[in-house]
Design a protein around this ligand. Sequence first.
Ligand SMILES: Cc1cc2nc3c(=O)[nH]c(=O)nc-3n(C[C@H](O)[C@H](O)[C@H](O)COP(=O)(O)OP(=O)(O)OC[C@H]3O[C@@H](n4cnc5c(N)ncnc54)[C@H](O)[C@@H]3O)c2cc1C
Length: 400
Amino acid sequence: MGNGNGGSKDPILIVGGGIGGLAAALMLSKSGHDVIVLEKAAEFAEIGAGLQLAPNATRVLTSLDVMDKIHDVGVFPHRLRIKTALTDENLTYLDLGDGFIQRYGAPYVVMHRNDLLRILLEGCQEQPTAVLLTSKEVKTVDSDPDRVVATCADGTVYRGKALIGADGLWSTTRKLLSDDVPINSGYVSYRGTVPTDRAIAHAPLDEVVAWIGPGLHYVQYPLRSGNLYNQVAVFRSDQYLKGMKDWGNSEELEEKLSVTCEHIRKAMPLLGRDHRWPMYDREPIGRWTIGNITLLGDAAHPMLQYLAQGACQAIEDAFAIGTAFNLESVDVNKALTMYEQARIPRTARVQRNARLWGDMWHIDGAGRLMRDELFSMRDPDDHSHIEWLYGKRDPLVVSD
Ligand SMILES: Cc1cc2nc3c(=O)[nH]c(=O)nc-3n(C[C@H](O)[C@H](O)[C@H](O)COP(=O)(O)OP(=O)(O)OC[C@H]3O[C@@H](n4cnc5c(N)ncnc54)[C@H](O)[C@@H]3O)c2cc1C
């Protein structure tokens, strides 16, 4: 890849070394751009467990030359299946086999978050133009037309020609552009992994399965070459609605999921309880860029996880920003403008659809019966609802 950006050799600063920040660092440094990643944690690490990566993300990961390593630790499930949480009935499925891979040009992968982060990190470490720093909490960002200055909590100062705020849901960088705050959905998630031999009686080993029900859902899939088993439980917290401080605790988890089918109730004792994730998103915003500063990943477009696309969209962002910086005769401002113009409509659509998808999963009453009927009637080969999301696209095309 060429380095077409006519700007100076000053580095591009990336605030945040999560999946989005490291994917951007890899994309840019592979093309010869100097990058400095400033990560506030003492090490590059992810908490949580599994991650689903759809072909819109694995196509990018292929172009970043990391798919061989992903093959070593990922799992390539045969189907995505949706069942009812109350009665364990099959509603519909999506075949992820050869036809799917051919159609989208890349596979559907499930893997441990930390494995993906490690693979991206190792990719960056192989690039002479990437500098990766931990224990660097960026406190302030200032800019003038030619450069941007990030000051860290330890007093160190970094200068660059552009800055990418990849600092997640509670982004400091976003505050330069918007005074909005994350929106609490009132749903909470518990997730974790167990060795597969402990889970085997409860576990479909070649599928990602989501059991959906009124105000809750449960997801299972294998990880790490099938040696680990990932489980996620999500429910709407009544305690949150009542304004209780300790809302969504493990007692409420037990109570909420006590109405589910035997399969889920038997699997629940193996579910991780040591950490709970209240689930937030934000409204899409109309601009991500101010001068030579822009946003990427959850800092730009945090979404509810129901389409399993937050990290996938961050990876798409990384590809788009790298592509923009690589165009010939494009200066920093032009590259950032092209990037945000292409990415904002697309990611806003994903954010909105993630909420809708959650509403559809969690509906009750007549709506639930109608949804079940419609899902059951769906032709498993019908891709019309996902083509826009998984299908091949130009990273800088301006359309949703
Ligand atoms: C329950 C759940 C399940 C999910 N499942 C999926 C899935 O299956 N597929 C999928 O694609 N997505 C999924 N997601 C979404 C996905 O996890 C996120 O969208 C993705 O991790 C966002 O990556 P990021 O790099 O943008 O942000 P983050 O992962 O939040 O990384 C931000 C980084 O910035 C650092 N940072 C923050 N502030 C500063 C600062 N001031 N200075 C320096 N560093 C800073 C943080 O320490 C962190 O390392 C799920 C989310 C949840 C909650």
